[in-house]
Design a protein around this ligand. Sequence first.
Ligand SMILES: C[S@@+](CC[C@H](N)C(=O)[O-])C[C@H]1O[C@@H](n2cnc3c(N)ncnc32)[C@H](O)[C@@H]1O
Length: 153
Amino acid sequence: MKTSDEWYTPAEIIQSLGEFDLDPASSPEAYRQNRSAKHFYTAEENGLEKDWHGRVWLNPPYSNPLVQQFLTKMTGHNNGIALVFAKVEAKWFHDIVLRHATAIKFLYDRVRFFRPDGTQGLQPRNGSMLIAYGTENARILSGNTLKGKFLYL
Ligand SMILES: C[S@@+](CC[C@H](N)C(=O)[O-])C[C@H]1O[C@@H](n2cnc3c(N)ncnc32)[C@H](O)[C@@H]1O
């Protein structure tokens, strides 16, 4: 387990986007904190090699190449919402997200993620964006009340 990847999503962000069937990049500690989806996969199970089903919540590891690999798989699955740093200078943002996702919401406030021991991190260096895959997820994201700017791609 790479400590730098262990930053977990505040439960209220996930809850504000409805119910998810699968979180393919999680851990028992993350799941205890945010109950992100009905099922989850861990690093040991390798969510990249599993079949994905239903509506997917994805806050992937942010290290390369994992972030690109998870976003590519999400593109093929095309049903769900992803949360990643809003790195508009990254190649994966242009080549994977802008080319294939359905909609995007740049969050106004920075997300303060949680550590495995349940403590909340300070303000991260980067802002975050939510990315919708599929028209139904874009509709849900457009109606979401988190402060930010929603755009169809
Ligand atoms: C940024 S954290 C987000 C956790 C959770 N999805 C959430 O929203 O709170 C990314 C998680 O993916 C896990 N992970 C790393 N590589 C993975 C892999 N190949 N398959 C599944 N999970 C993986 C990490 O251990 C970490 O818990």
